[in-house]
Design a binder for this molecule. Sequence first.
Ligand code: FDA
Length: 305
Amino acid sequence: MEKIKVEFLNKMIVNVTEVMPKPVVGYFSKRYIAGELLQDGVNVVKNFNSRGIFATMDVLGESIKNKEEAVDAQNNALQVYEAINKNKLLSNVSVKPTQLGLSIDDDFAYEVVGELVKKAKEINNFLRIDMEDSPYTDKTFNLYKRLRKDYDNVGVVVQAKLRRTYDDVAALKDYNTNFRLCKGIYLEPEPIAYQSKQEVRDNYLKILELMLKNNHYVGIATHDDYLVENAYKMIKDMNVPKDKFEFQMLLGVKENLREKINNDGYKIRIYVPFGKDWYPYSIRRLKENPNMAGDIVKNFFRMGK
Ligand code: FDA
């Protein structure tokens, strides 16, 4: 009975998240976001680096309406590379392709993202192209493939939730790809996406095995203990060298698991988002974790005491 009450409360809270006052959301999402400024991101990354933990930095932004906004986003990312270089950070950069023009024009996005990969190459760094919702899956793969022809320092994300992903990875067999494998954060319909937790997990492990067999580099991005345990086992059984994979997690999520992976001697990279557009990102994170939303209300009542 108590459990049902808690679940109901959590659901209710998630539904009101969007109408919560911005400062309240800000207060409780602090753990997921480094801050508003590039320097906030740099500070968080330095801290991780001092403990042997790597990072990927992301300038938060929402959908863009015109090419000027895409160029602004490109400039922000260029500044991140400058900061990485200047501060000798163990970090690369992750970008959302639609923020760099993929929702406007494929060739334009290729130019804009291409400049970033070029900049990364100059400073011996890397660009990760995040994967967004399914209308952009093909476009994102095409963008990646075009860039990969000229550059070896660009990688892409795939989502285990999508039924197509195993075949997509198989089709990239000869690309010697640096993948990030995640479950996928977007709600996608049943015909194209697995809906149950276990189906997504099973597909995740099937894809991971294919990636390792085909000698790709894999960023194993998950906070799911089940997947981490099974990845450990697979890596051991397949005798995968340590320079062929890393674990990846989001800032502020499952910190105990992060420390465990680091202490177990595996490479781990944390996704460090920052920027003035922190609000929509926070709403997504809070909606994703209803238990967290429960904590919000508890803390809300404690605020100011
Ligand atoms: P699952 O959702 O089952 O979470 C396992 C446990 O972790 C939960 O029970 C909970 O305890 C905890 N947890 C998970 N998320 C939490 C949160 N936000 N707050 C608090 N606790 C949380 N997706 C995408 O579509 N495109 C992309 O490019 C990326 N990029 C990306 C990079 C990195 C480094 C990570 C770790 C993840 C992504 N994702 C992503 C998101 C990914 O697809 C997925 O939505 C989340 O990682 C949650 O899935 P898990 O595998 O962690 O399992």
